[in-house]
Design a protein. Sequence first.
Length: 527
Amino acid sequence: MKHLSQYSSIMASIVVFSIILMSSGGMLNQANAEEYDFVAGIHTEITFHFRDGIETVNFPVFSTTSNLISNVGSSFEVEGVVGNTPHLHKALDEAYLYGMSTFSGSAGHEFNYRFFNVDVDVVQNENTLKTFSYEDCEIAEHTIKTLTDDYESYLASDSGFAIVNSIEFRCGGVHMNLEQDAVSYTQPPRQNFIDHGPLPFVLAEDVRTFLTFEFDHGSEKIESVIFTLTSGFDEADNAGPSFQIITALMPHLLIDDAIDRSQKLSGMHYGYNVDFDVSVEFDNSKETLRGLDFSNCIVSGYDIVTLRDGEEGYTGKRGFATAEILDVDCSGLIPINPSLDKLSGNTDSLMTDVAHNYNVGTGPRVIATFDFNTGVEVVDFPEFYQDISLTRANPTFQLVGIPGITPLLYEAVDQTLENPARSTGINSLEEMFDVNLVLVYDENVVRGFDYAQCHIVNYMVGTEHDLEESFYKGFALTNEFHFECLGYHPYDPMFDALSKIPKANTSSSMDWESKQRQSWGPAFRSS
């Protein structure tokens, strides 16, 4: 009886504790953030404010599904393992039970868990970096699914399965709480310069992207691990220059203020946005390789995304990367070519050879020789794409590689900005050049292409990355050149060698007669 009494007392304590926990405002956590590996320790804590209680859930995945700048609707999605979230589960159940009535035109039909508010805190080391407050939210979509890695989930020790909730919410509005760092435009301008320094991530050949945002009241310099030039050099596109960056979700005093202002003015016919300039530099550990100066810019898009790969973040094989996406539209673009500027016009005899240590496996290397009026540049590229049409249209090809010191190639690129946009054809003001491309093993050429009268039709800069894995292993910034030519001649040195007909090293009768005549004396005459 004594043991039975102790057992009953323990069970009663557990029941009382459970009741207290369930009734304490619904403050239950689905999973602790420390259970997962978050890049730089940055993760989200999401608090749901229901009518019957408050519930905080550490969903490892939070992504916006609508542009935070535009005021055309606010939506987001979350993902996490199915856990102890009674209020959220009740909202999901009621959305299923009564959801059809809201879609059938009975918008006035109310149920207890239909509308609620959501606070999303971006946290690092228990410090809140940013907060997004969503109002009047409701369940839009809900699925339960199992994330797997095919057969490896059954066999590999570092893989497995993850049964997760995937929920999308539709809200009436969102407020970005950035005022604590905002710069007031009613105050006198302050000339500040904020340099956040480099980020602790690996970049191929250590070529990094630094952006300096220049406002009337100060400047702010950041590094972006992912940069994409979305428009600017395409000869067939009349769109103004624009770019996108994806980087770690961190507070940026002046940039956040520009984001907040763009959101407040979105969709309004009154008020004005304050534009800014952006200087983009592509640097290695020694020097600036390339630059792009954007002018009269505004923030056109802002999103949050959690990068992950299936079940890997849940099983511990990898992790989660919470990042912000910033879209910027500008009205002006001036390319910067530092290597050409250093030459001070002495390009008459220029011969540059740019070599990289690309791993091409068992395949050949691609070496391109550009023959410009001002000199010759030899560059190797890891990526080569050829498009030869059997209809004999103008031959085109693309080359992709890490930025290097190629002043003449960059100069040819920059000429595309000096010519008006067009759909096709050659501008008479453009400098045409020839390109020789060879595929080589060591010093042996196995294939070659001679392109004549070429010009560049598009130039893009982008970062190669693989979801969250790049935050652990690295990123690669690349140049992408698109060429169009008027002439094209393919060749194969091995076939050319086989096609040569060998000649015997013997003398013909005519050669013998000629030699005999040369030996005759001056008095000898032939009839």
